[in-house]
Write a protein that binds this ligand. Structure first.
Ligand SMILES: [Fe+2]
Ligand SMILES: [Fe+2]
Length: 476
């Protein structure tokens, strides 16, 4: 399954064999480009960016690196190859062949899953559109644009599935994906987290660490779908997504490292005197981005989640790993959680495992976030700093699911009165207006190769084995 890179729309799906679909997508292409021009990265469209482009879908060696102008990026349609013999491995259809077409009875649900995922891709590009202007280095600027063009490609991946498999409504949905706007009053993006503008790089790193990581788990679950074109699209998207998570996780780690260095320069450790980001402010950002990203998983006790699993539209993360998920039907097994009843007594609730699929996915996500947090804490330890970051519990500050509206503290041990809770949210747990103004004030554009803004340490190595002072972006 080779990639036709010279086609107007690069692809490995033999697009030239389906003239009607090819024409429809070639009609969508200029609309996509004008969307990119209007709300994609502001400025830098004529600069040469050191970007990787997919040139093959084989595992390993699929990426080609070169200086490219963003509008000339080879957006395209790439699906992980299949062997043609796949069968469904979980839910109610175990043993049946995977579907190459949308089954009529699941059309509505599949369309909803695909459109919701698809909408996040252009939304994040819109949210991040101003960040290039305050990039802390050429290395970081290049990473931002890499993330942006790949989110654009993820939109292509989903639009292909909509166009090919959902007829007229698919084409209408594809148009809508280019007309909704992040933060627009009348026509916003579907999920609330994707409607907040991003004004600084700390938010960008938190987004790629926590919110893109939700994307990893959603894509991982859809990569198990019995609707094979969706599964294969998501499998390839995941290979690109890994870089986005790397950008976020290492971005925060580099801030932690730099803050530790700066703490040694001031006797009282107050790094705001020397232009650093205080560890407490970082913790507040973790609280904010982690809790809002958890809401993206949906309710922990969900009939939709049960339907998606039983119909094999969406599996668990690494569904086919039977060591992790020994029960392929997820029947006769419960999921339990603790909450409080109306009188305030703690109670344990058992629900059928199928209804808890969002919670199961969320648990995997939390484990992954904990691993990253441990790494940041090791950076602190190595620097001889006593402070440690914590990850709030899944009960903290939720707007969706079984803990929505409950006033849990971040450690999950207490429920506060409304007034106390509000005060803690405003003053202690989340970034204050002053914190935000301070972080925004640190954002300066650093464009000299090999130089980094004062608030962040350089990475340990460059992109594609290039040196740190490589000209990752050439301005024109
Ligand atoms: Fe994406
Ligand atoms: Fe991403």
């Amino acid at each position: 399954m080779s990639i036709d890179l010279n086609a107007k729309i690069p692809n490995n799906v033999n697009l030239h064999e389906d003239k009607k679909l090819q024409r429809a997508l070639e009609h969508w292409l200029p609309n996509y480009l004008s969307w990119w021009d209007e709300v994609g990265p502001e400025g830098f469209q004529t600069s040469d960016i050191y970007l990787r482009t997919a040139v093959s879908v084989d595992s390993g060696g699929w990426a080609h690196f070169d200086h490219v102008k963003m509008p000339d990026y080879r957006w395209g349609i790439f699906l992980t190859p299949n062997d043609g013999n796949k069968t469904i491995q979980y839910g109610d259809h175990i043993g049946e062949k995977v579907w190459n077409d949308v089954p009529g009875e699941y059309r509505k649900e599949l369309r909803r899953l695909i459109v919701t995922q698809a909408d996040t891709e252009p939304a994040s590009v819109e949210q991040q559109r101003l960040l290039g202007q305050t990039a802390p280095s050429l290395y970081d600027m290049r990473n931002l644009f890499q993330v942006n063009v790949e989110e654009g490609r993820h939109l292509w991946a989903m639009v292909y599935v909509l166009h090919k498999h959902f007829g007229k409504d698919g084409r209408e949905e594809a148009e809508e994906l280019l007309t909704r706007r992040s933060g627009h009053v009348d026509h916003p993006r579907i999920l609330q987290t994707f409607n907040n503008p991003m004004t600084n790089w700390l938010d960008f790193f938190c987004f790629t660490m926590f919110t893109d990581r939700d994307g990893k788990y959603q894509l991982g679950a859809l990569a198990e779908s019995a609707f094979d074109p969706l599964a294969r699209s998501c499998q390839f998207m995941l290979t690109e997504e890994a870089h986005h998570l790397f950008v976020g996780e290492t971005g925060i780690r580099r801030i932690v490292k730099r803050t530790c260095e700066l703490m040694k320069e001031v006797p009282d450790g107050d790094v705001t005197k020397v232009g650093g980001i205080p560890l407490e402010v970082l913790q507040k950002h973790i609280n904010h981005w982690f809790s809002s990203s958890m809401d993206l998983f949906g309710g922990e006790n969900s009939s939709n989640a049960a339907t998606y699993f039983s119909s094999a539209l969406k599996g668990r993360f690494n569904e086919n790993d039977r060591k992790r998920h020994p029960n392929a039907t997820a029947l006769e097994e419960d999921y339990s959680y603790t909450t409080v009843d109306e009188k305030g007594y703690v109670k344990t609730v058992n629900i059928p495992l199928r209804r808890a699929m969002n919670a199961v996915l969320l648990d995997d996500y939390v484990t992954d976030c904990t691993r990253a947090l441990d790494k940041w804490n090791r950076t602190l330890e190595k620097a001889g700093v006593d402070y440690r970051f914590y990850l709030p519990t899944t009960k903290f500050h939720r707007n969706v699911g079984i803990y929505a509206g409950q006033n849990y503290t971040p450690d999950g041990t207490q429920i506060l009165s409304d007034a106390e809770y509000k005060r803690h949210c405003e003053e202690v747990w989340f970034p204050t207006k002053e914190d935000k103004e301070y972080i925004d004030s640190l954002m300066v554009s650093v464009t000299e190769p090999g130089k980094f803004a004062n608030w962040i340490a350089p990475p340990t190595r460059g992109i594609n084995a290039q040196p740190l002072d490589f000209e990752y972006v050439k301005f024109h």
